[in-house]
Design a protein around this ligand. Structure first.
Ligand code: TPP
Ligand code: MG
Length: 326
């Protein structure tokens, strides 16, 4: 197993299942989207899966997590709950936000996923606040916050990193770097040499990782947590990955002119599921084991989509409950 000799068959299959759960759920959204029953905008994370799956695999179970609108793999890896996931996408009362949150504001506090948001950078200071609350309580619980490379151009990231570093808060910042903010690459947006170099000026532990390789993500997460335990300072994980689809919506957009289509060889290397399947194949897990996992995941998703389609919408009288509306 790359980067780790510790993984057994069961752990390998668990990780494969989590990667495939996120991937197949999003492939199903792509299939269903044109029927226009899913009304929420969807920011799909095909290519990104190994970052939330790998980081969460390395986190202590009582960690509080926060994320962005590109949150499907994060939600599914912490909850494994496709029923509530699809209910929210279909806008139904059985979703975690009763259908009022949609794809971009999925959360499940019971599983530690406290908030995700459509507004770039917004959950970063909230996560720092949660880490500060833990410090006040004398709790050694961890907070992890996921955000895109676009958030690094916002003042709030630097203010949050400054405060967390000053107060030595127990928080892991996870930058999911796909080199894009909508259609603009980092070189046209960022006036610093690189994200890790800019972050290294702060009193925190920094690591960079190939976010298409789930084993490397797990290893890096564990290394950062070890360093954070030995020398209490925040951690910052910079994980690169390739966004296979358009910024928002179910389609590819390689003909839009701002980037080129990856070659077949590049796709293999950038696809975290193909990468991981190849790696575990060398460790005694057979193609039929993997096919069995995919079939079980597809059956689960199918049942969840049907249940979501059949579920009721919230009653009209609930329109203004649970929302920030004056
Ligand atoms: C505060 C704020 N400014 C601008 C936007 C518009 N916007 C939506 S997505 C996006 C790009 C963000 O890129 P990144 O953080 O790298 O996340 P990615 O979409 O690549 O996952 C922008 C600028 C927004 N949602 N919130
Ligand atoms: Mg980005």
């Amino acid at each position: 197993m790359p980067g780790s000799g510790l993984m057994d068959t069961r752990e390998g299959l668990t990780l494969y299942r989590k990667l495939v759960l996120a991937r197949r759920a999003e492939e199903r959204i792509r299939q269903e989207y044109s029927a226009d029953e899913i009304k929420t905008p969807v920011h799909l994370g095909i290519g990104q899966e190994a970052v939330p799956v790998g980081v969460c695999h390395g986190l202590p179970p009582d960690t509080k997590t926060f994320g962005t609108y590109r949150n499907h793999a994060l939600f599914l890896t912490v909850t494994e709950d496709t029923d509530r996931f699809f209910a929210e996408l279909y806008g139904k009362a059985t979703g975690p936000g009763k259908g009022k949150a949609g794809s971009m504001h999925l959360a499940s506090p019971a599983h530690g996923l406290m908030a995700t948001s459509a507004v770039v950078g917004t959950t970063i200071p909230v996560a720092v606040g949660a880490a500060l609350a833990n410090a006040y309580r004398g709790s050694d619980e961890l907070v992890a916050v996921f955000f895109g490379d676009g958030a690094v151009e916002e003042g709030v990231l630097w203010e949050s990193l400054n405060f967390a570093s000053l107060r030595r808060l127990r928080i892991l910042f996870v930058c999911e770097d796909n080199d894009l903010a909508i259609h603009t690459p980092a070189k046209d947006r960022q006036g610093f040499r690189s994200i890790p170099e800019a972050v290294r000026g702060f009193k925190c532990h920094v690591m960079s990782v190939d976010g298409s390789d789930v084993m490397s993500v797990i290893d890096a997460t564990r290394q950062l947590l070890t360093r954070m335990a030995q020398d209490p300072q925040p951690g910052f994980l910079h994980a690169t990955y390739f966004r296979f689809l358009e910024h928002v919506g179910p389609k590819e957009d390689f003909d839009a002119g701002y980037r080129r289509r990856p070659t077949v060889e590049e796709r293999e290397r950038l696809d975290p599921i193909a990468r991981f399947a190849q790696a575990i194949g060398q460790h005694g897990i057979s193609p039929s084991d993997l096919a069995g996992v995919r079939a079980a995941v597809d059956a689960q998703i199918d049942a969840s989509v049907r249940a979501a389609q059949a579920a009721p919408f919230a009653a009209a009288g609930e329109l203004l409950t649970d929302v920030w509306a004056p």
